[in-house]
Design a protein around this ligand. Structure first.
Ligand code: ADP
Length: 594
């Protein structure tokens, strides 16, 4: 494996380990979060259950204590004593019956009754009812035995006659040391039970035998928390406490930590209990663990969420570090590239400078060559004419025609003067200041220029058409230095002749007229040449722009001409004519009136 490959493999293992660590931490945090939240919720639930249980116990207690003292009060009654003294006296019995009936009505007790010491009922509040206690024997009831033995007794059970569950309080009716009978009050706890039916959480009251004697759910009443042992069964049968009721075990499954679930109920419950004071009972409150389960779920989710957050933070941190590394690497690479490119550029620049120097040198030489070629070209025509005139002079001298000799010599003198002026023009290109504007007739300037171009015109075989209209302003005079104007015209006409040289039609036409702008004359030199290529048009007046072969063109003619015309407040412009040839137009101020 190559180095980067091992690095990548190592990175993959590292990432895998970290992912595994996050998975493990998600699991642990979920577990811990769930356990913690559940624990807190459970503690809350248990704490809240305390006061509620106390409330239920208090309700139950008040119902009991309300009647607890009744037997003792009854024991004071002379009416009842009379019955005990004369149990067979129907009047005394009737009076006792009515008396107890009245008290039961007032107090809400389920039943009041009087037993003789043998446990037989002598009188009862329910004497009118078909299931009246009168005449029944309750000697087997623990409350009777307790009261007979110790003065008072209490008992919870199902009425053997009425079949209604109730709490019994009994009291001995004594005459000195002698017990005459027992007064009993039976209290129904049905109203308490009914009030519990609305409670949100199930409530159970369990007696000393482990039998559910009261419950918010009627289904659970007279069920046992645990199945009774054989001995318990015998004792229960003895007291006839739950006579006529089949004591089935309560269908519940105890869970860990005091939790339980009950058959027929979807929830699991936290079971908390407290003793009911003054009784051997315990009251159990079943608080739904729904909230605890929810809290556990939330705690687990929070644990997972926390891990996810940590993972995100880690990913962010890693990404940031990677990005930073990548940036640093990229920056270093970029710096290297910039340095390399800079070095290349420096080298290239040096090359360029060298090349440029060479070019400048070459251009200078070329310009020099062109300049000298141009000067030669300009002087060639007068030189040729000079030669012709001197040849003529020699010939006429031989023939003794001195008049013609003198004429030719005058021409020669004129030509030499012109040549001096041409070379002088080169000077003026460098330093054009000594203009001497005068009124120059256009016709004369054109004539002079054409004279200089006689030879060239002939060689080219071109037709010169001079078409100056009559009645031009100022008699066709313009305001200009005459030699300069001739120089311009020689240049423009010479260019025109060059242009038509290879053309099928070789014609140069010179026309004049008033310019568009007032106070100016316009001179057009149009040729039948190929015209000016559009690409060349903008460069026409650039120094050294020429399309001619080296030695034939200097590329200065138009620049110099334009400069001269501009110096005289005029303008020089180029265009292509309707027939394709070039048209050069000179505009100059008209001559001044004398
Ligand atoms: P040169 O004549 O030495 O080339 P000029 O400045 O007089 O320099 O002319 C510049 C160029 O303008 C010429 O090379 C030619 O390309 C173009 N030019 C001037 N006159 C004409 C014309 N009459 N027809 C076509 N092209 C022309």
């Amino acid at each position: 494996m190559s180095q980067p490959e091992t690095d990548r493999a190592r990175n993959r293992v590292k990432t895998g380990l970290i992912a595994a660590a996050f998975a493990l931490s998600a699991f642990l945090l979920a577990w811990a979060g769930g356990a913690l939240a559940a624990r807190l919720a459970r503690d809350n639930l248990a704490e809240a259950a305390g006061p509620r249980r106390a409330l239920y116990v208090a309700g139950l207690r008040s119902e009991l204590t309300r009647h607890e003292t009744l037997p003792a009060i009854l024991a004071l009654s002379q009416t009842l004593r009379r019955v005990l003294h004369a149990p067979d006296d129907p009047a005394a019995v009737a009076e006792a019956n009515l008396y107890m009936e009245r008290i039961a009505d007032r107090t809400g007790a389920a039943a009041l009754y009087l037993l003789d010491t043998g446990g037989t009922t002598l009188a009862a509040s329910n004497w009118r009812r078909p299931d009246s206690f009168v005449g029944r024997n309750f000697a087997y009831r623990p409350y009777f035995r307790e009261a007979l033995a110790g003065g008072s007794g209490r008992f919870y059970g199902i009425g053997t006659t009425s079949r209604e569950p109730g709490h019994y309080f009994a009291r001995a009716l004594e005459d000195g040391a002698l017990t005459l009978g027992i007064t009993v009050v039976k209290v129904s706890l049905a109203p308490v039970e009914r009030s519990w039916a609305q409670a949100a959480d199930p409530i159970l009251v369990v007696d000393a035998n482990g039998v559910v004697i009261l419950s918010s759910n009627p289904d659970w009443t007279f069920r046992m928390l645990a199945a009774p042992t054989a001995a318990e069964q015998v004792r229960l049968a003895d007291t006839r406490q739950y006579e006529g009721v089949r004591l089935r075990p309560l269908d519940w499954r105890p869970g860990p930590d005091g939790t339980a679930s009950l058959a027929g109920l979807p929830d699991r419950y936290l079971v908390t209990g407290s003793a009911v004071e003054g009784t051997p009972w315990r009251l159990y409150l079943l608080s739904s663990l729904d909230g605890v389960d929810l809290a556990r779920d939330i705690g687990r989710t929070a644990g997972v969420g926390l891990t996810a957050l940590l993972a995100l933070a880690w990913l962010y941190w890693r990404q940031r570090r990677r990005t930073r590394l990548a940036w640093r690497r990229a920056a270093a690479a970029l710096e290297g590239q910039v340095a390399a490119r800079t070095a290349e550029l420096v080298a290239a620049n040096q090359d360029l400078h060298r090349a440029q120097d060479g070019l400048v040198q070459a251009a200078k030489l070329a310009a020099l060559g062109q300049l000298s070629a141009g000067i030669t070209h300009e002087l060639n025509q007068p030189l040729a004419a000079l030669r012709t005139f001197s040849d003529n002079a020699a010939t006429f001298l031989e023939r003794g025609r001195l008049d013609r000799v003198a004429e030719n010599l005058r021409h020669i003198a004129g030509l030499t003067e012109r040549m001096a002026r041409i070379t002088g023009q080169l000077r003026t290109f460098a330093r054009r200041s000594d203009n001497r504007p005068e009124n120059v007739p256009l016709a004369r300037a054109i004539d002079n220029a054409l004279t200089l171009l006689v030879e060239k015109t002939r060689r080219t075989g071109a037709v010169m058409v001079i078409d100056l209209p009559e009645g031009l302003p100022a008699g066709g005079q313009v305001r200009c230095d005459p030699l300069r104007l001739e120089q311009v015209l020689v240049n423009l006409l010479g260019n025109a002749l060059d242009a038509v040289a290879g053309a099928p039609v070789r014609r140069v036409r010179v026309t004049a007229g008033p310019a568009a702008a007032a106070g100016r004359l316009r001179l057009d030199i149009a040729d039948s040449g190929p015209g000016i290529a559009p690409a060349d048009m903008p460069r026409l007046f650039e120094p050294f722009f020429t399309t001619k072969a080296p030695g034939l063109g200097l590329g200065l003619g138009l620049v110099i001409s334009a400069g001269i015309i501009r110096d005289h407040d005029g303008s020089l412009s180029a265009a292509n004519g309707p027939d394709g040839g070039a048209v050069f137009s000179v505009e100059l101020p008209v001559g001044e009136q004398a």
